[in-house]
Design a binder for this molecule. Structure first.
Ligand SMILES: NC(=O)c1ccc[n+]([C@@H]2O[C@H](COP(=O)([O-])OP(=O)(O)OC[C@H]3O[C@@H](n4cnc5c(N)ncnc54)[C@H](OP(=O)(O)O)[C@@H]3O)[C@@H](O)[C@H]2O)c1
Length: 333
């Protein structure tokens, strides 16, 4: 049987487990030009919340349909094929759906993995997958931190943030993370080598809390959150600082808060650059090689928030928005 997680209703604000439901169907038949995969891991990525609202289709993806499998990234292995480009045993990281199996004609977004995996397979969804690569491209292409820089990262204890912070440390920068709980703040500093952490839920205003943790100002802000967090970071930026916009989870599926202090981009001569990792598809091998080297050397850790079983995929997705995850959120099927 093929088991799927479907979008049972459109989330109102932050997604909750009840927005999703399980469905079952017989395994699809492989026909000429198609192949069937067994999906071993599902990666939970906050950005997919953007396409769950009814009118949310854009140039990147269409809006998700109700009662249809939810789009997401999976780690898959081809188990049957009548497609010239895909052989049984091929390992893929693909934008399929939250399903135990996928029938594909090869037109989905697919990145091939090596035949022999050097690391734990789930790493190819996290530190060696889309999120690790987002941290890599955002830090090495855009932020380019140096030993003189104070780097501030929002969503610092999540999938992208944990890797981005460690890369900035490898570049010699002082690194400060913004997180939602004291337990995560302690973990960032004691386990991942962050120099300091800022609680977004503390008594002080976020801007004051950032100032206390970054007394000499912020040179690089790597943003996963947007909204009020971005606004508070702009207030603390140094002259000619760099803002790297990776994500804006605080505004996914809800009306986003626009920063009210954009004039400071001018007065402080700040540079702002957003990026989408999938537009750097042709450089995945380069990114994976560098991240693999750091993993091999023990210079990089890849923490995971791992759940087991397709029935837990909806909960795992909701966990991202509730801040339950320490590191990459993944479900093993
Ligand atoms: N540009 C790209 O190509 C690309 C690729 C992949 C991901 N991304 C983006 O990277 C970001 C991280 O994604 P992810 O999937 O890896 O998730 P994640 O960072 O593993 O988890 C999201 C974290 O964000 C924090 N958070 C949740 N809701 C928040 C809110 N309303 N305000 C402030 N913080 C909130 C929570 O941490 P705390 O509670 O500890 O704050 C949560 O753990 C997302 O914005 C995503 O869209 C971008």
């Amino acid at each position: 049987m093929m088991r799927s997680v479907v979008l049972a209703r459109r989330p109102q604000g932050n997604p909750v487990e009840a927005d999703f439901a399980l469905s079952e169907a017989p395994l699809p038949t492989v026909t000429e030009g198609t192949f069937l995969t067994r999906n071993d891991f599902i990666s939970l990525d906050a950005g997919f919340r953007n396409w769950m609202n009814e009118d949310s289709g854009d140039e990147v993806l269409p809006a998700m349909a109700l009662n249809e499998p939810v789009m997401g990234l999976v780690l898959a292995e081809v188990i049957e094929s009548q497609h010239v480009d895909y052989q049984v045993g091929d390992k893929l990281m693909a934008r399929f759906s939250w399903q135990t199996h996928t029938l594909s004609d090869g037109t989905d977004f697919i990145a091939r993995l090596p035949d022999t995996l050097e690391f734990n397979p789930s790493a190819y969804m996290g530190v060696l997958g889309d999120t690790g690569m987002s941290a890599y491209f955002g830090m090495t292409d855009i932020a380019k931190p140096t030993e003189q820089d104070c780097v501030l990262i929002s969503g610092a204890g999540g999938a992208v943030g944990t890797i981005a912070g460690q890369i900035a440390k490898l570049c010699g920068a002082r690194v400060v993370g913004i997180v939602g709980s004291q337990a995560k703040a302690d973990w960032l500093c004691n386990t991942l080598g962050y120099d300091a952490a800022v609680l977004r839920t503390g008594d002080a205003s976020l801007s004051d809390a950032i100032q206390a943790a970054c007394p000499d100002g912020v040179d690089v802000f790597f943003d996963n959150v947007g909204g009020q967090t971005l606004e508070a970071a702009i207030t603390n930026m140094n002259h000619r600082g760099r803002l790297v916009l990776c994500g804006a989870i605080s505004g996914y599926g809800v009306t986003p808060h626009g920063p009210g202090n954009l004039f400071e981009l001018i007065t402080k001569e700040l540079s702002v650059e957003g990026f989408m990792t999938h537009f750097r598809h042709e450089r995945y091998d380069e990114a994976r090689d560098q991240l693999s080297t750091w993993l091999r050397e023990g210079a990089l850790q890849s923490p995971e928030h791992r759940l087991v079983g397709i029935e837990n995929v909806g909960k795992a997705f909701a966990d991202l928005f509730a801040g339950e995850n320490f590191g990459k959120t993944i479900v093993e099927l």
